[in-house]
Write a protein that binds this ligand. Sequence first.
Ligand code: SF4
Length: 460
Amino acid sequence: MIQQSRKRVYVETYGCQMNISDGELMEGVLEAQGYEISADPEEADVILVNTCAIREHAEKRVLGRVSQLCGLKRDRPDLIIGVTGCMAQRMGKTLLEKAPRVDLVMGPDGYRSLPEQLAALVEGRRIRPSRSAKRRGPQLAVLDLHLGENYEGLEQRRSSRVSAWVPVQRGCDHRCTFCIVPYVRGPEKNRNPGEVLREIEEIADSGVTEVTLLGQTVNSYEAQGQSFPELLRAVARVPGIRRVRFTSPHPNDVTADLLHVMAEESGVCEQLHLPLQAGSDRTLRRMLRRYTVQAFFEKVELARTVIPDIGLSTDVIVAFPGETPDEFEETLDVMRTVRFDDAFTYRFSLREGTPATRFPPADFVSDAEGQDRLQRLIEVHRAIQAEINEAEVGRLETVLVEKEARGPGQILGRTRRNKVVAFAASPELVGTYQEVRLTHTTGATFVGELAAAPALMRPA
Ligand code: SF4
């Protein structure tokens, strides 16, 4: 074991649930090696900024934040600053050149070696101190993709006592033309189902009752002869686990088998994220999504037949290169037909290294037009969401309380169908399940009131 005399590390994470989970993994790896986890970059010996590469705008913001954190080195030259995650993998050594005060870049397959790399940086400073005014020692780039790395055997440091992220799969075997993920996270790697179950048993033993299984195309999971529906069923049956969610599934792997497991296992929430991306067949082909609009409709219909009360959410990208005004209208039509409960909407963002860079320049939709399409999509979605939620006012829902809300005396939780509800009650109820009557909707979320005396006990 490497001796670290309680050095403090601060991890700041951006991006998706997988990245949040990776942030917890890095904290777990370092804590196991004697580091103390700090919530304050001002008092940390090591700062790790865990980044996302999906959108150019988000990358720029993170680079600004990294530069701000590097400013802390003025008074604390021993501070180590690392940039990890998808942006670190994508930019690699360029990032070290652009930000010379950054000491370490590390891609998503490097976290197992984090303690050794940090020790190497400290040692490097001792034996090879830099004369540069901007930095004290060598810089390190840890960017190899490892086909077998799925972080088996390492513990995450879980930040929530209510809900746990459990990665069951890393990487992706698809090549959607807009997406950087396969290039920064490598091909699909699935965890051993026995290890996943052991981890979830430990989570349940710690008193956490909700788990979300994570993977880039989580429902394509297959390991040791076990399919995703089989894994999901086994997870739902772990004693103490009351709610199971999973994200993000690929529409092509949403099968009748999967939906039947969701319907049969009371622990699996009636919620499905079904990324549409575009509502025109031509755009879907150019995105290399491998399904048609008709096939997508059939998945939606099957899901609603097997689980009539299912909550559906989606992702949509507008202004993909070559998307015509009529094709954009087709996307709006699909939104009006399916009527998703929730939608994450984006304007196309070109990422260097993705196949979309090979589309001819004339295909690219102008920023103004892209912004206009995004705005129209958001308006259509919000109107539908408000109608759906308005019709749900009055329902009695079981809410898992997650945290205190911003409003004084209010707490916040989620229904099984993943709807957010705020209601007046004590923060002592965080982690408990409460019966809540939905009294009002803001459009996207709900306000409710306790329908019965609060059940104070956290479930065993
Ligand atoms: S399925 Fe497509 S969008 Fe999803 S991670 Fe893989 S390449 Fe990216």
